[in-house]
Design a protein around this ligand. Structure first.
Ligand SMILES: [Zn+2]
Length: 407
C-alpha cells in the first residue's frame, strides 16, 4: 500500500520516496511502485498526474501515466520505455507537472461546486463525472433541463467561486458521514471516508485533488447540455481552461463577424439571413436551368436527324452537371419517338440514356453495357438510366459509340 501524500496536501509537487518494486508490463513499459507518492492515479473521474522521477543529479525519468492497483492499494508509476535504472531501495525525488495538476484541481473542484449547485437549486443528483483533455462532463439524474435551470446553476456556482470559500479535507466513518449530510456516499465499504468540505455549501466523499479555497477554481463555464441514457450530460470547463476555451470561442466568433462585417452578437442573425438568401438563389438558379434545358431541348429536337423510326439526340456538355443532363433528358423524352444519349464533364463526368416511354429499346441494359466497358458504375430502367465516366473525353466518346447501335 502506497502512502498517498496528495490525500492531505494537493499542493505538494515534490517529494522523496523509496522504490518498492520495479516491473515491466507486456508493452515493455517500466512499472514503479514507491513507499509514498504525491502522484495522483486515474480514479473517480479525475485523470492521472504526469511528471518525473529524479535519481540524485544523474537524471530524470518521465512518468507517462499513473494507475492504481485496487487490490493492493498501490500507486503504479508508468515510465515510457523499459530498462529503467531503478532498483528496489533506490531513493528518488518525485516531481509533479504542476500546471497539469493545477488544471485538474480546478476542473475537479469546480465539478464539486457545480454538482452541488444543480442539486441545491433543482434537486438534480450527479451520477457520474468525466474529465477529458478539453472539457469535463457530469451526468445529472433528470429527464430534462431548461436553459434557465442550467444558467441559474452556473450563476450560483460562480458566486460560490467569487466568495472564495475554504475547501477542507476531513475524514469520517461512513456512519458519521451519514449524519453529517454528505451529498453522495460511495457504495464500497471503507473504514474511513475522505470528505471534501466546501465551507457551508457542500460536503462530499472524494479521493481527488482539490483547491484550498473556491477562488482558486477561477470560474466555471457550462458549455452545453445533452440528453444521454442515464439523464442529462452537462459539459463544462473551469479555471484557465475556461479562459482558453472562451478565448477560442471568441476568436471563432470574431472571425465569423468579420466575414459578415458585423458585431459578434449579430452573427446568428446574419447566418440566418445568408441561409435564406442561399435558398432563394438556389431556387432561382433551378428555375433558370429549367428554362435553359427547355430551350436546349427545343433546339436539339429541331436539328436532330431522324434515325430508324426515332429522333436520336447525342450531345456532350463539357460544363454542365448530371442534374442538368437528367433534366434535359426528361424534357426531350416528353416528345414522341425520342432517344437521348447525353453526357457531361465537370467534377463528376456522367452519362444519361433516355427514351420516350414505351419505345422498344432498353436504356438500363445499354447503360450496363457502356459502364462495363468504361469500368464505372451505373444502371436504370428501360426508359432512363445513368452512369459514371472516368473523364469528360471518355464520356463523350461513350455516347458516340453507343449511338452507332441506333444505325
Ligand atoms: Zn473531488
Amino acid at each position: 500500500m502506497t502512502e498517498r501524500l496528495y490525500y492531505t496536501n494537493s499542493f505538494l509537487h515534490e517529494f522523496d520516496a523509496r522504490v518498492v518494486s520495479v516491473a515491466t508490463d507486456p508493452s515493455g513499459r517500466s512499472l514503479i511502485t514507491l513507499d509514498r507518492s504525491a502522484f495522483y492515479p486515474t480514479s473517480g473521474g479525475q485523470v492521472f498526474d504526469t511528471g518525473w522521477l529524479e535519481i540524485g543529479t544523474s537524471g530524470r525519468l518521465q512518468v507517462a501515466e499513473v494507475a492504481e492497483n485496487e487490490k493492493t492499494s498501490e500507486i503504479v508509476h508508468i515510465l515510457d520505455g523499459g530498462g529503467s535504472p531503478l532498483q528496489p531501495g533506490t531513493i528518488v525525488r518525485g516531481v509533479i507537472d504542476s500546471d497539469r495538476r493545477r488544471d485538474h484541481m480546478q476542473q475537479h473542484s469546480g465539478q464539486h461546486v457545480l454538482s452541488a449547485a444543480f442539486e441545491k437549486l433543482h434537486g438534480f443528483a450527479t451520477v457520474s463525472f468525466h474529465m477529458g483533455d478539453e472539457s469535463c462532463t457530469i451526468d445529472l439524474a433528470t429527464e430534462s433541463i431548461s436553459s434557465k435551470q442550467m444558467q441559474a446553476a452556473e450563476r450560483l456556482a460562480n458566486e460560490v467561486v467569487t466568495e472564495d470559500r475554504p475547501v477542507e479535507v476531513r475524514f469520517a466513518s461512513p456512519e458519521e458521514a451519514r449524519t453529517m449530510g454528505v451529498r453522495k456516499i460511495p457504495p464500497a465499504e471503507r473504514e474511513k471516508l475522505r470528505l471534501i468540505d466546501i465551507d457551508n455549501f457542500d460536503l462530499n466523499a472524494c479521493g481527488g485533488t482539490h483547491v484550498r479555497s473556491t477562488g482558486q477554481i477561477g470560474c466555471i463555464l457550462v458549455r452545453k447540455t445533452e440528453k444521454v441514457k442515464q439523464g442529462v450530460r452537462v459539459e463544462f470547463v473551469c479555471g484557465l481552461r475556461a479562459v482558453g476555451t472562451a478565448r477560442h470561442d471568441f476568436e471563432s466568433l470574431t472571425e465569423a463577424a468579420a466575414l459578415f462585417s458585423t458585431h459578434i452578437w449579430e452573427v446568428p442573425q446574419q447566418i440566418r439571413k445568408s441561409l435564406d438568401e442561399i435558398k432563394s438563389a438556389q431556387k432561382a438558379q433551378h428555375r433558370l436551368l429549367e428554362e435553359v434545358a427547355e430551350l436546349q431541348a427545343d433546339r436539339l429536337l429541331v436539328t436532330a436527324p431522324e434515325g430508324s423510326g426515332c429522333k436520336l439526340i447525342v450531345q456532350y456538355f463539357a460544363e454542365r452537371d448530371l442534374g442538368f443532363i437528367k433534366m434535359l433528358a426528361q424534357k426531350l423524352t416528353k416528345k414522341e419517338g425520342v432517344v437521348a444519349l447525353l453526357a457531361c464533364g465537370g467534377a463528376q463526368p456522367s452519362l444519361v440514356f433516355a427514351q420516350t416511354p414505351g419505345l422498344a429499346n432498353d436504356m438500363g441494359a445499354l447503360m450496363k453495357q457502356t459502364v462495363q466497358a468504361l469500368g464505372t458504375r451505373g444502371g436504370g430502367n428501360r426508359d432512363i438510366a445513368q452512369g459514371g465516366a472516368p473523364d469528360g473525353d471518355r464520356a463523350e466518346s461513350a455516347i458516340v459509340e453507343t449511338a452507332k447501335q441506333f444505325g
